[in-house]
Design a protein around this ligand. Structure first.
Ligand SMILES: [Zn+2]
Length: 299
């Protein structure tokens, strides 16, 4: 008998989250996190992912799923079913089939895994079981070391002609500052926590805590300004019901009201006072939930 359960994974440069999702009950039965292997190769990542999934299945007393999805930190080309580039993993032109094959081999059980961009999975997860439940048009930004983005329109993930739509972290918000992707002046280059930390030479949290108490910070002014410009552009382009903010940085104390103030001058009059900013509720579980079902929510 084929298991109805779905294997879900969220692969990052530092850690890999793995979960078992029950689509009928819309419930994450169990999940766990393992370190990303130091060599970050497809083979090592797939193997530790499979072993963690086997452990979860054993603990839960459920069969190993035959389907599922993996949230990946990069741009995917759906027409070729290839992960084009994931700089944090040093993966380039990796066929998604290779990931399924490595996991199946290590688990000793065949599993078909669908690959999806991690921020897109995050958006799907929030729509299915988090703070975007009930919304059909929204933009989600994940604020962490970088800035990810997922766009849902009419209840479907915005895919684009090559599968790379919704790369809102690479919206142009300035005319200078090189971004890690090779472009210039992108949102992530100013609003990624990595960049704020490199500029301020302290953790984002330490800088933020001082900033909200009144200590001036050019890096955090730029962070807020870039994010406001990015959100305003997304709102003008898509007219969403809400803008959802997820990722660790979204929990910075008092971020939402500060951002709402900074956003206003960038908005066209018709949008002022109408942008609904909300926080993600699933946080790190969101990409897992979205990855589990991404394959079934594709167009
Ligand atoms: Zn960029």
């Amino acid at each position: 008998m084929t298991s109805r359960l779905r294997l879900a994974a969220d692969v990052g440069g530092h850690s890999i989250a793995v979960g078992i999702w029950d689509p009928e009950r819309a419930l994450l039965l169990g999940s766990g996190v393992v370190d990303t292997p130091p060599d970050r190769s497809v083979s090592s990542v797939g193997t530790v992912l499979a072993l963690k999934a086997l452990e979860l299945c054993e603990d839960l007393g459920v069969p190993f799923p035959s389907r599922g999805g993996v949230a990946l930190p990069g741009m995917l080309d759906r027409s070729r079913s290839v992960l084009v580039s994931a700089p944090n993993l040093c993966w380039h032109d990796v066929p998604l089939e290779e990931i399924s094959s490595v996991v199946s081999c290590a688990a000793g059980s065949s599993v078909e895994l669908y690959g999806e961009n991690d921020a897109n999975c995050y958006a799907l997860g929030e729509m299915m079981a988090g703070s975007a439940k009930g919304l059909s048009d929204f933009v989600l930004f994940t604020l962490g070391t970088g800035v990810g983005c997922g766009v849902v329109l009419r209840g479907r993930l915005l895919i684009g002609s090559n599968g790379m739509a919704g790369e809102g972290g690479h919206m142009v918000v300035r005319d200078d500052i090189p971004c890690g992707c090779g472009g210039l002046g992108h949102l992530e280059a100013l609003a990624g926590a990595d960049r704020v930390e490199a500029r301020g030479k302290r953790s984002f949290k330490e800088q933020w805590d001082d900033f909200v108490k009144g200590t001036p910070s050019e890096a955090l002014e730029d962070f807020l300004d870039a994010l406001s410009r990015g959100i305003a552009s997304a709102v003008h382009l898509l007219d969403p019901e809400a803008v959802v903010l997820g990722g660790g940085v979204s929990r910075a104390q008092g971020l939402l009201p500060l951002l709402a103030d900074r956003l206003e001058p960038y908005l066209a009059g018709a949008f002022r006072g109408k942008v609904r900013l909300i926080l993600s509720s699933l946080m790190e579980k969101a990409p897992l939930v979205g990855a589990a079902m991404a394959g079934e929510m594709r167009d």
